[in-house]
Design a protein around this ligand. Structure first.
Ligand code: TXA
Ligand code: MG
Length: 326
C-alpha cells in the first residue's frame, strides 16, 4: 500500500452497501473516508491506527493538539472506550444515537490511540444517528475518528460537494448521503467530574439536556475543571472568506445578508435561514447559506439577530467564532 502517493477520490452517489463495504476496507487499511452524519460530514480514519490519524491531521491542516471525536456504533462500545459516570450514562441513554458528544475519562480497555486523543486522558465519544454512518461503523468494526470534513478553521460541510470543494484531492473516498439534516455539529458535554459541563453548544439544545439532568447545564469555565479541556475551542473557527457583521438590524450598501425571520429587504445576495423564525430550520441551512453568500464575492455578510433559545445558542456560537478578528 502506498499511502504517500496521490489518492483518487471517488464519490458514490448515493452510497450503497457495496460502497459502504469498500469504505470500511479503506478505513481498515488506514485510508481516509468522508461520510455523512446527521450533523455534518465527517472525515473518518481508524481511531486505533496512529499512522491513519497522522494522515487525517495532515489532510485537514489541523493542529495535532486538537483531539478528535471517536465515533462508535452503540453505547456499549462507547463504554469500552471511556469511563461513564452515572450522569454520563443517563445522557448517553437519552440522546444516543444522536448529535451529542460525551467527553469522559479514557478507559483502560480503550483501543483509541493517543494521537487521536491528542495525548489527553479523556476521550470524546459519539454514536451518530445516520444510517450510512451506522452501517460504516458496523462494517469497520472499530472506532472511527472523524472531525468535520473541511479544511481546519473553514465552514463545516453539509453536502458531499462541500467536502470535495475543501478536501477533494486529499481523501480516498466520499460516501454521498445527500444534505445532512441537523446541519450543525454535535453538542459536546464533558463528564469528567461530578458536574457535566457544556464544551460546545450544538445539535441538541440546552433545554432537553437540562430536562434530563434536572439542573442547569454548567459551562466549561464555571469553576472546578482546570486547564484547557477543550483545546479545539479556538476563537476563529467555522470561518467563511468574507467578514461577518453579526446582530445586524439592517443591510448596509454592498453587503450580503444572512437573514432570520424576514428582517432584511430581499435582494440578490440575501438568504433567510428561516423565514418563519425556527432555529432548527436555521441550523440546517446555516453552513450552506454561508458558503453560498461567500461565493458571491462580497466583502461583508451582515447577519440578522438570532435568538439564543433552542439551536440558536449553537448558531450564535458559530457566528461569533466566524466573526472573530483574523
Ligand atoms: O457533529 C460533530 O461533532 C462532527 C461529526 C463529524 O461527528 N464532528 C466534529 O468534529 O465536529 P471536530 O473535530 O470538528 O470537533 C470536535 C471538537 C473539537 O473542538 C475538539 O477539541 C473537541 O471536540 N474534543 C474532542 N475530544 C476532546 C477531549 N477529549 N476533550 C475536550 N475536547 C475534545
Ligand atoms: Mg470542525
Amino acid at each position: 500500500m502506498n499511502l504517500a502517493g496521490p489518492s483518487v477520490c471517488t464519490v458514490h452517489r448515493p452510497a450503497d452497501a457495496a460502497s459502504i463495504a469498500a469504505a470500511a476496507r479503506l478505513l481498515r487499511d488506514g485510508r481516509l473516508v468522508a461520510f455523512p452524519t446527521e450533523t455534518v460530514y465527517g472525515l473518518g480514519a481508524d481511531a486505533t491506527n496512529a499512522a491513519a490519524i497522522a494522515r487525517l491531521y495532515a489532510a485537514k491542516g489541523r493542529p495535532s493538539f486538537n483531539p478528535l471525536i471517536a465515533h462508535v456504533g452503540d453505547a456499549e462500545t462507547a463504554m469500552r472506550e471511556g469511563s461513564f459516570s452515572t450522569v454520563a450514562q443517563k445522557l448517553a441513554a437519552s440522546f444516543w444515537p444522536g448529535p451529542l458528544t460525551l467527553v469522559v475519562p479514557v478507559a483502560e480497555t480503550t483501543r483509541i490511540c493517543d494521537l487521536a486523543r491528542a495525548g489527553l486522558r479523556s476521550v470524546g465519544l459519539r454514536v451518530p444517528a445516520h444510517p450510512i454512518a451506522h452501517a460504516l461503523l458496523a462494517e469497520a468494526g472499530r472506532p472511527i475518528a472523524a472531525p468535520s470534513a473541511n479544511r481546519s478553521g473553514h465552514v463545516s460541510p453539509v453536502t458531499a460537494d462541500h467536502v470535495i470543494d475543501d478536501l477533494g484531492e486529499k481523501i480516498d473516498l466520499v460516501l454521498n448521503g445527500g444534505a445532512t439534516n441537523v446541519g450543525i455539529e454535535s453538542t459536546i458535554i464533558a463528564c469528567l467530574d461530578n458536574r457535566p459541563r457544556l464544551l460546545r453548544p450544538g445539535g441538541i439544545a440546552r433545554e432537553p439536556i437540562e430536562a434530563v439532568l434536572g439542573e442547569p447545564l454548567a459551562l466549561l469555565d464555571d469553576g472546578a475543571v482546570g486547564g484547557p479541556i477543550a483545546p479545539g475551542m479556538l476563537a476563529l473557527h467555522y470561518a467563511p472568506r468574507a467578514a461577518l457583521r453579526v446582530d445586524a438590524k439592517a443591510l448596509e450598501a454592498g453587503e450580503a445578508g444572512l437573514d432570520f425571520g424576514g428582517r432584511f429587504a430581499r435582494g440578490k445576495h440575501v438568504l433567510d435561514l428561516s423565514p418563519r423564525g425556527d432555529t432548527v430550520e436555521a441550523a440546517a441551512n446555516l453552513y450552506s447559506y454561508l458558503r453560498r453568500l461567500d461565493a458571491s464575492g462580497v466583502e461583508t455578510i451582515a447577519v440578522a439577530p438570532i435568538p439564543a433559545e433552542g439551536l440558536g445558542e449553537a448558531i450564535r456560537d458559530r457566528l461569533r467564532r466566524a466573526a472573530a478578528p483574523r
